[in-house]
Design a protein around this ligand. Structure first.
Ligand code: FAD
Length: 391
């Protein structure tokens, strides 16, 4: 009788109360039964599985931490657990969900007026309205804080937006996209809710990605796009407000990395116990066990870190550098874990059907988005040294 396969070695999940534990298992069950069987097919085709959206919505987990507007008003810890559970089976679905629930809804929740929240959040919570978040540009990625070239200008017709946005997840089919643009008058970054049928707004799908292939990323062009004042995020006055959204979602990405690492580790462990060479399960070889233990050590360190991260968030004590440190550490360690998972599986490690190759590829995107390793390290570096090394 072999021990159960369980990537929660320090029993972190036992810290959850019964209700939260039940929700975690509900999300896990959904991912195992509804998503896992179809995910490789969609990944390979570079397509999004729209069929799962109503079922995902029915779990009632979208916008989990927000108060009101049909949202649960739950803890950040539980929100993190949900993100990890989704990513444990598929990082693309976790990213789709993170863009909807975190980046898009979060922008409206943190930076919108009461009317804007009433108009959009209940429908987004139900996933009847899908959102996207457009910050990055073709020529401006890491340097978005000071370098945005997309412009907005207030006129008698409304706000006029011009520019391009690259990599925008969900944007090929989203109903609304939050667009961040620099005001030509005061030089500050402002946010806009741009509807998909708005004249001057067009999206081209970014094809042939080798990671997160299910996520539909778009290149957006804003060509004299006129947006009414009522669709300008009323509480987004500068990039500091954009930063509030990113702080929250970066913490979520750290949890996603944990989920991705856990999925890869558990699949690899399972494989090594079944695969036989030299007449024995390869899991019985010392060098394979060493790889597995290294993976588990990193995974366990990541799990304890994100639990504490969410505790800080729930106490209202989370700072940018906390979120950045977690994002750097977890996405870096995940890259290592998925590559070891692939290694212990030999040739089968690169076949999609063995459920590790997809994690191996997807970890590359998690590593780069929501701030690269360098940028998040510089945010931590600035906070511990007192010197900014950005420019
Ligand atoms: P660059 O900024 O060009 O960086 C290239 C390299 O230079 C990196 O290694 C970087 O760390 C390094 N570098 C840059 N500046 C410095 C410095 N000062 N010091 C040291 N090193 C430096 N954006 C959105 O707005 N919305 C989305 O929904 C979205 N989804 C995404 C999904 C995917 C799959 C991907 C890959 C990206 C997504 N992005 C999205 C964009 C993402 O946030 C950017 O890719 C990321 O911020 C890095 O920007 P960049 O790719 O332009 O790289």
């Amino acid at each position: 009788e072999l021990p159960p396969i369980n990537g929660d070695f320090y029993a972190m999940d036992s810290k959850l109360n019964d209700t939260d534990r039940a929700l975690q298992l509900k999300v896990r069950e959904f991912m195992e039964t509804e998503v896992k069987p179809i995910v490789n097919k969609y990944w390979l085709r570079d397509e999004f599985p729209f069929e799962i959206v109503p079922k995902l919505a029915a779990l009632n987990i979208c916008g989990y931490t927000y108060n009101g507007y049909g949202c649960m008003g739950g803890s950040s810890l539980m929100e993190g657990i949900i993100a990890a559970e989704i990513a444990r089976v598929d990082a693309s679905v976790a990213t789709f969900f993170g863009v909807q629930s975190g980046l898009a809804m979060g922008s409206i929740y943190l930076c919108g007026s009461e009317e804007q929240k009433q108009e959009w959040l209940p429908k987004m919570q139900q996933m009847q309205v899908i959102g996207a978040f457009g910050l990055t540009e073709p020529e401006v990625g890491s340097g978005a804080a000071g370098g945005l070239t997309t412009t907005c200008r207030k006129t008698t017709e409304g706000w006029i937006l011009n520019g391009q946005k690259k990599w925008i997840g969900n944007s090929t089919f989203s109903d609304i996209t939050i667009i961040w643009a620099r005001d030509l008058e005061d030089g500050e970054v402002k946010g806009f809710i741009v509807r998909k049928d708005n004249p001057g707004f067009s999206v081209e799908k970014i094809k042939d990605k080798m990671a997160l292939r299910i996520v539909q990323n778009g290149l957006i062009t804003l060509n004299h796009c006129i947006i009414p004042e009522s669709d300008r995020l009323q509480k987004a006055d500068s990039f500091k407000d954009t930063g509030k959204v990113l702080q929250m979602t970066r913490a979520g990405v750290a949890w996603m990395a944990v989920g991705c690492a856990r999925g890869a580790y558990e699949n690899a462990l399972d494989y090594t116990r079944k695969r036989k060479q030299f007449g024995k399960p390869i899991a019985s070889f010392q060098l394979i066990q060493n790889h597995l233990v290294e993976m588990l050590s990193n995974l366990t360190a990541m799990q304890t870190l994100v639990f504490r991260l969410s505790e800080l968030q729930d106490k209202g004590e989370l700072r940018d550098e906390h979120a950045s440190l977690a994002k750097v550490f977890c996405s870096l360690r995940t890259r290592d874990i998925v590559s070891k998972a692939r290694e212990v599986m030999g040739g089968n490690g690169i076949l999609l059907e063995y459920n590790v190759a997809r994690f191996l590829a997807d970890a590359e995107a998690i590593y780069s988005y929501e701030g690269t390793k360098e940028i998040n390290s510089l945010i931590v570096g600035r906070s511990i040294t007192g010197f900014s090394a950005f420019v």
